[in-house]
Write a protein that binds this ligand. Structure first.
Ligand code: ATP
Length: 199
């Protein structure tokens, strides 16, 4: 699997629809300071479901939307799509090409699409979980992240190994099952209360 293409429209400094194609192997993006190189990695993180605006180097949600320039009005929407070559079917889908799209508006709504079909953030997160590509994967190493890893506490470092070893998915599902179990127990207790009131 490899990143084949990224398409940005209205995302940060990319007001115009911009398409960048990548080849298998090493690709480099070069450009002057402030020309938007890091905005491209921000876009990849964002489309993979990043919810933390701080990680995206912003301070409020709408900071991912083009804020306008001297010559151009601000935009109302940001959209990013990535196309992944999945001919090795590493992503558990029957498509040899997978396109993920995220769109957001100034109102704060976010929409996700998987191969042009609307889906939930959760679907995207689950699809990439344990592949090393998700927003918590380690396929994107930002400036300072290596230092962070070296300085991390053992418990934090363990989380990194767990994601790399591919067991994160099971931990997340276990947590979800436990939450549902708790809800069911609370409902049962309520049913018991109602029954004893009726008696
Ligand atoms: P460096 O080489 O210095 O790390 P870079 O090429 O990685 O720079 P970025 O950090 O990706 O550059 O881009 C910064 C530019 O993006 C700044 O000019 C900033 O004004 C612009 N920018 C960021 N957010 C927005 C936004 N919402 N609307 C318009 N422009 C934005």
């Amino acid at each position: 699997m490899y990143l084949k293409k990224i398409e940005l429209h209205g995302f940060k400094s990319f007001a115009d629809r911009t398409e960048i194609e990548f080849e298998p192997g090493i690709n480099a993006i070069v450009g002057p300071n402030g020309s938007g190189k890091s905005n491209i990695t921000d876009a990849i993180r964002w489309v993979l479901g990043e919810q933390s605006i701080k990680t995206l180097r912003g301070s409020k949600l709408e900071d991912v939307i083009f804020a306008g320039s001297q010559k151009r009005k601000p935009m109302g929407m940001a959209e990013v799509s990535i196309v992944l070559d999945n001919s090795d079917y590493l992503l558990p889908l029957e498509y040899s090409e997978v396109c993920i799209t995220r769109r957001t508006f100034r109102s704060g709504e976010s929409e996700f699409y998987l191969n042009k079909l609307p889906c939930r953030l959760k679907d995207i997160q689950e699809l990439f979980m344990d592949t090393g590509i998700g927003k918590d994967g380690y396929s994107i190493i930002s400036q300072g992240e290596v230092d962070e890893f070296l300085m991390a506490r053992p418990e934090e470092r363990r989380l990194i190994f767990e994601e790399t070893a591919g067991i994160m998915k099971y931990k997340v599902r276990k947590k979800e099952a436990e939450r549902k179990l708790e809800e069911t127990m609370a409902n049962l207790a309520r049913v018991d209360d109602i029954l004893s009131e009726i008696k």
